[in-house]
Design a protein around this ligand. Structure first.
Ligand code: BGP
Length: 484
């Protein structure tokens, strides 16, 4: 009973959200570098290039680029077995289509991974976490252009060759399926480097660039298997369980289609083919999405070794009488996002200050859903609570609400292992240290066990200090989850 002895306890971040050093060490601009700071309920803007007078929070972030030794030492102190981060593509290939990689960028990650190993921490690495080279977005419109598949494959191969033996766990595209929830400018840029224009058929483009990303993922999986057979390479799915609002069979059918549209990506990653229901959907809705026979073969060779997923919240969906195709994505998709959405409030759940429903049992549901559908090892690579933290006069932060959130989710996770027999490799919570929020660009939306002295306005000396949750998580790891 209990979690495996080598369970990968740890924390997860992404390069662009913490590194800073956006123009240092030969790094090129990434799409994150042209996204302004938003706020709670205020969307980030995408500017045309980097403009004078705008606030781009990812440029400095928390300057992990210069603080990584100190930060990883703190992760080591908590007893981390794993640290999930991403390799900023633009540190390796500054423009994405360069001939040769940038040695200074490669050396940076060499040293970072060595620092992890010094503390017995396994790096778990995402190749594309919302940070495509800006040049690829501008010049090729990101994954709308098939040449980006080759650029990604080349970048991946460079990483596998260089970090062979140092990195055992890889992931291809972070939350590749987020764009399905709302094919809007923000998601399409983050996931596929696609810049939408007025009058574009966003839905059709979303599906086409997704297919191209899935092909790029498949090629990277194959390359990883060839170059480093001892490594494991997974996908990364944003898992938000979708419940039927009632036992009305119409609601249940709506839920079935909501699942299809959100999770077909995982079918491709784990089964190596585009599911029939998706071809039918494209046909029925006159969406011109091309997958050639040759590409179908590429997908077959790209089956992942494990499924990594993030889990923050669940949704509920109700049938729409005026919608015989169960085509509910015409407006915003998130609860509270407005528009003609079929997502409804789940009256059984509370929410965070950012309106994200809190549902620990949903994590157990999610683990079972993946496990029975794909029969693959799983890794929870993100789970956490964004909150407004208050630093007291004496420097302490009492974040008991965060401890409660994580405790309840970890309990549900352990039940999935002990009672449901789920094969689980690890749990890397989001995010062990305060970083820039991906959706809103805020610093004050904090997730960390480690407080970083910097606020939304960019003020603060970037000093690090331990919150109450730091000591709690250390004990959780020490007891392998026996004492929560
Ligand atoms: C996931 C992303 C992360 C991360 C997290 C929390 O969607 O993979 O990059 O940021 O959500 O979201 P946010 O930072 O917007 O609070």
């Amino acid at each position: 009973m209990g979690l495996r002895k080598d369970f990968l306890w740890g924390g997860a971040v992404a390069a662009h959200q913490l590194e800073g050093g956006w123009d240092q060490g030969g790094k090129g601009w990434s799409i994150a570098d042209v996204m302004t700071a938003g706020g709670n309920g205020i969307p980030r803007r995408i500017t045309d290039g980097i403009l004078e007078g705008e606030n781009y929070p990812n440029h400095e972030a928390i300057d992990f680029y210069h603080h990584y030794k100190e930060d990883i030492a703190l992760f080591g102190e908590m007893g981390f077995k794993a640290f999930r981060t991403s390799i900023a593509w633009t540190r390796i290939y500054p423009n994405g289509d360069d001939e040769e990689p940038n040695e200074e960028g490669l050396a940076f990650y060499d040293d970072m991974f060595d620092t992890c190993h010094k503390y017995g921490i396994e790096p778990v690495i995402t190749l594309q976490h919302f940070e495509m080279p800006y040049n690829l977005a501008k010049k090729y419109n990101g994954f709308m252009d098939k040449r980006c598949i080759d650029f990604f494959e080349k970048f991946s191969r460079t990483c596998f060759e260089r970090y062979k033996g140092k990195v055992k766990y890889w992931m291809t595209f972070n939350e590749i399926n987020n764009q399905s929830a709302a094919p809007n400018a923000h998601h399409m840029l983050q996931e596929g480097g696609v810049l939408l224009k007025e009058g574009d058929n966003a839905e059709e483009m979303m599906y086409q660039s997704s297919i191209n990303e899935l092909l790029a993922s498949a090629k990277a999986v194959k390359a990883c298997h060839e170059i480093d057979p001892d490594a494991m390479i997974g996908c990364m799915i944003a898992m938000c369980p979708i419940y039927a609002h009632s036992c009305n069979p119409k609601d249940v059918m709506e839920k079935t289609w909501a699942d299809y549209k959100r999770y077909w990506y995982c079918d491709v990653h784990a089964k190596g083919k585009v599911p029939n229901y998706m071809f039918k959907y494209w046909e029925r809705n006159n969406l011109n999405v091309v997958v050639t026979d040759e590409e179908k073969e590429i997908l077959k060779d790209g089956i992942v070794d494990y499924i990594g997923f993030s889990y923050y919240m669940s949704f509920a969906v109700a049938a729409r009488e005026d919608n015989p195709d169960f085509n509910f994505y015409e407006g915003g998709a998130l609860v509270g996002a407005g528009g003609k959405s079929d997502f409804v409030k789940n009256e059984y759940l509370g929410a965070t200050d950012w309106g994200w429903p809190i549902d620990p049992l949903g994590l157990r549901y999610a683990l079972n859903w993946f496990s029975t559908r794909y029969d693959q090892p799983l890794m929870i690579v993100e789970n956490g609570m964004g909150a407004y933290d208050k630093k007291e006069e004496d420097g302490s932060v009492d974040d008991s609400y965060r401890i409660d959130y994580l405790r309840n989710h970890i309990r549900a996770m352990i039940d999935a292992v002990n009672k449901d027999g789920v094969d689980l490799l690890g749990y890397t919570m989001w995010a062990p240290i305060d970083i820039v929020s991906a959706s809103s660009g805020e610093m004050d939306k904090r997730y960390g066990f480690i407080y970083v002295n910097k606020n939304n306005a960019g003020e603060g000396d970037l000093s690090r200090s331990k919150k109450k949750s730091f000591y709690w998580y250390k004990h959780v790891i020490e007891t392998n989850g026996e004492e929560l």
